[in-house]
Design a protein around this ligand. Structure first.
Ligand code: NDP
Length: 333
């Protein structure tokens, strides 16, 4: 080696926390991958609600300036010294690169990259690494959904929500979804929701009681948080599970133990990263998701694509509840 190539690329950078407009497209130097790393030319970038939390400072952001984003797909352009099993031209996807995915070209640890099977295209892969693996972990590991279970999914037409509904339905569960408007209700129904509740208009707990003949649901997957967690607890059957995995409306208040004791409820607050911490877990999750995309169990809704330069608009739409399904940024070269 001896010399270092200075690869330059455009990337979104955040210099201060704040609204969508703090994200600016800038030219950055990417350089060469070091030991254990690869460099990829990004082809599709997944936008996730967690990117909003980091931009606003709800989650502690990396040192400034930082490039947001946790998920992308790309083609390997360079491999770090001594790394085996990877080569230039491989198509890989990842969720959870600590260095930020909103970039044309980027370096990442080879350990987080997963090969994308030919049956799954780049846009699909960038839509299911983070959201699809989350769905896998929530439905198969955090609470194992079986045929006959009744499942409640909040934000059922969202990125994770759409995949949760399709997968839970394919597992034989009765799926109840909540959404904010009629368009999203139609999508949720197409995605396998047997009952859809407009939580902006209807009383969720009362409707769930009616749908389940007073029994309640076995599990609630709640990513909305502050606005929904109370109704989520009310909707649960005896010994039911509240899986609180997000806070799109804000952090839920603390839950008193007595609220769990009244029905012997379980409450968990899982994070995908803790369930994909080992390479085996990561490959298992990604493998199940890609297999379900390839065999048609999961129909990926790529409803919104924006050029990388319009990341701010993508965030504004996501936070404004204007989106459904997956949101992608496509780097323009
Ligand atoms: P979504 O596509 O689900 O977007 C958020 C949706 O939440 C909106 O479309 C909206 O749907 C609903 N919502 C309800 N109230 C609000 C509000 N006040 N502001 C904004 N949206 C609101 O996003 P993602 O699929 O990217 O993520 C879904 C959730 O899952 C997030 O909370 C995220 O943090 C969480 N998550 C957690 C992970 C974990 O490891 N724990 C991993 C991945 C995601 P509607 O209009 O129908 O109300």
């Amino acid at each position: 080696r001896g010399t270092t190539t200075m690869v330059k690329a455009k990337a979104i950078r955040v210099h201060e926390l704040g609204g969508p407009d703090v994200m600016r497209l800038e030219e950055v130097e990417v350089g060469e991958p070091k030991e254990g790393e690869i460099r990829i030319r990004t082809t599709a970038i997944g936008v996730n609600f967690i990117d909003v939390y980091f931009r606003k400072g709800v989650y502690t952001a990396p040192a400034m300036p930082f490039t947001p984003g946790m998920e992308a797909v790309g083609v390997v352009t360079a491999v770090g010294p001594g790394l085996t099993g990877r080569k230039v031209g491989d198509v890989v996807a990842y969720a959870g690169n600590p260095m930020g995915s909103y970039a044309q070209e980027q370096i990442l640890p080879a350990s987080v990259a997963v090969p994308v099977p030919p049956a799954v295209d780049h846009k699909e892969a960038a839509s299911v690494m983070l959201k699809g693996m989350t769905a896998h972990v929530l439905l198969r590991r955090v609470f194992k959904v079986e045929s006959g279970h009744i499942v409640l999914v909040h934000a059922a037409a969202g990125g994770v929500g759409s995949l949760l509904c399709q997968w839970a339905s394919a597992l034989g569960a009765t799926v109840i979804g909540t959404v904010s408007n009629e368009e999203k209700a139609a999508e949720a129904a197409q995605d396998g929701c047997h009952h859809v509740i407009l939580y902006t208009k209807e009383d969720v707990a009362a409707r769930v009681k009616q749908i389940t003949s007073g029994k309640g649901v076995n599990v609630v997957y709640d990513s909305v948080g502050k606005d929904t967690y109370k109704a989520s607890l009310e909707c649960l059957a005896s010994r039911g599970f509240l899986v609180s995995f997000g806070q799109s409306s804000g952090k839920p208040d603390p839950v008193p133990m007595d609220d769990l004791a009244s029905k012997s409820l379980f409450l968990t607050r899982p994070s995908l990263m803790h369930y994909t911490a080992t390479r085996d877990e990561l490959l298992e999750s990604a493998g199940e998701v890609f297999a379900n995309v390839a065999n048609g169990v999961l129909r990926v809704r790529v409803n919104h694509t924006y050029p990388l330069s319009e990341a701010a608009q993508a965030h504004a739409d996501l936070e404004g509840r204007k989106t459904s399904g997956s949101i992608l940024l496509i780097p323009d070269y």
